[in-house]
Design a protein around this ligand. Structure first.
Ligand code: UN1
Length: 477
């Protein structure tokens, strides 16, 4: 069966179909999905523009009820949706179910936020005049999402966009149309009016281009790689569009001399390798104080030895496959680069054979690495982390901040003094103390600094910064 695009409230076949297969088992076909061509995308944008006046003026309660129904259905179907997610993306079934549940909760959260969009009122500096500051939706929003969180990232962009009265043209990553199609189907059956939400699956070079260039799309929210994000940013800037970019990370985790060893190892193991390390929030630089270095490496390697890398659907799998052949090639390339740069592989880095044919890579840990090496400067986006040995906390902070990126950072310490100091000095958008750098809450701001992010934060009530525009009104009565 062909899963079609949703354009102007109609399921539309598109000009060709693409096969969605599992990275755990390349013979496992999840389904065939329609690819949109440029005309399809134009029609979706037209439909979104036509639907905007009605949707933006609908009552907040009307919008809230639809988002609430969507969230409730996703939560009720989390196991079934999680299974599709695990098959198409490759994270383990428990991780995938948790992601589906997170998506459901995000829709429910923004169902509430739709009712809470407040403004401000001030007296003017001029007598007899009042000033009101109100928030209004932007218009048609283009949403372009990556493959690594196939349902949570679409949810945390689509839900606030719709809650605040915008209409949406959504392009999911080519690799993971399954969850995107489910979101469209659930929204459609929840009664979203025609054209308010449109799904256009397909390639970035076709679908993404049209969205970014169309004069009718007022704002673009993108999560993905730095080069693509910067290109989109420039294209939007040239056309006077609002743009929000969530890009890469090279997130540091400091392991201080006084860290609780078990806590530090668990935080590193989770942050670096869970979800196959395919999170922009993953800890890829483990910056370890000389005083605890050898013990930490020994315990981390032991813990890595206990990780079961296997088909994402098998019970007991800790780490699923890499999401695609091309991502696997990138991971292996960086493992070669690390070796050539003089870092030493303390664990993993080789391909694993499972019962099914998929992209299984043994999580890799480099030691004896320096912060100047490419493996510590460029985002790898796989189950690969490296240890950088430092002589004290001061050096650790300097190394942590010495990066182009600034998404998340972490410290493992039992000292309140170090934790408080790092909290202030870290040049990252999110700082974690004895908590993995990856795995965030949905009701608080998400985003980074430096090359990691551009534009306002996502998630929580701060999401309104991007999805609404301020209007200042002066009234003399
Ligand atoms: C998380 O760590 O829970 O693409 C979320 C990413 C991020 C999301 C991370 N935008 O990995």
């Amino acid at each position: 069966m062909l899963n079609r695009n949703l354009i102007a409230g109609e399921w539309t076949a598109g000009s060709f179909a693409s096969r969605n297969t599992s990275p755990s088992d390349i013979s496992d076909l999840i389904g065939e999905y329609a690819s949109a061509d440029a005309q399809d995308v134009d029609r979706a944008i037209e439909a979104a523009a036509a639907a905007f006046p009605g949707w933006s003026r609908a009552t907040p309660e009307f919008r809230s009820d639809i988002l609430d129904r969507v969230g409730t259905e996703i939560l009720a179907r989390q196991e079934e949706i999680g299974r599709i997610l695990a098959r198409e993306e490759g994270k383990t079934l428990p991780e995938a179910i948790a992601e589906a549940s997170r998506a459901g909760r995000i829709f429910r959260y923004f169902a509430g936020e739709a009712l809470r969009l407040e403004g401000e009122r001030l007296d003017s500096i001029r007598a007899g005049i009042e000033v009101e500051i109100i928030r209004e939706p932007e218009g048609v929003i283009g949403i372009i999402t990556p493959w690594n969180f196939p349902i949570a990232i679409p949810a945390w962009k689509i839900a606030p966009a719709l809650a605040y009265g915008n209409t949406v043209v959504f392009k999911p990553a080519d690799l993971v149309p399954g969850c995107a199609w489910i979101i469209a189907d659930v929204l459609h059956r929840a009664g979203i009016p025609s054209g308010v939400f449109n799904l256009v699956m397909g390639k970035g070079s076709i679908v993404g281009e049209v969205i970014v260039r169309s004069p009718r799309v007022r704002a673009v929210s993108f999560t993905g790689s730095v080069p693509t994000g910067r290109r989109i940013g420039v294209e939007c800037m040239e056309r006077g569009k609002k743009v929000q970019l969530e890009l890469g990370g090279k997130n540091p985790l400091i392991v201080a001399a006084d860290a609780d060893l078990d806590v530090a190892v668990n935080v590193a193991l989770n942050g670096s390798y869970f979800s196959t390390g395919q999170r922009c929030t993953a800890s890829s630089r483990l910056i370890v104080d000389d005083a605890i270095h050898d013990k930490f490496v020994e315990h981390l390697v032991e813990a890595m030895g206990r990780l079961k890398v296997d088909n994402s659907l098998n019970p007991g799998t800790d780490v699923g496959p890499v999401a695609s052949q091309s991502q696997l090639e990138q991971d292996l390339k960086y493992i070669d680069i690390g070796r050539a740069e003089g870092a030493r592989l303390a664990f993993g880095g080789e391909l694993i054979k499972a019962e099914t044919e998929g992209y299984f890579l043994k999580p890799a840990l480099f030691v004896d690495s320096t912060n100047e090496m490419r493996i510590n400067r460029e985002e790898i986006f796989g189950p690969v982390a490296s240890v950088i040995r430092v002589k004290n906390y001061e050096e650790a902070v300097a190394v942590a901040n010495d990066t182009e990126f600034g998404l998340a950072s972490g410290i493992s310490t039992t000292s309140l003094k170090l934790a408080s100091d790092f909290k202030r000095r870290s040049q990252a958008g999110m700082v974690m103390v004895n908590v993995p750098t990856a795995g965030v809450d949905y009701h608080v701001p998400f985003g980074g600094r430096k090359a990691s992010s551009y534009g306002p934060r996502e998630q929580g009530k701060h999401a309104r910064e991007f999805y609404t525009s301020l209007k200042t009104v002066y009234v003399q009565s």
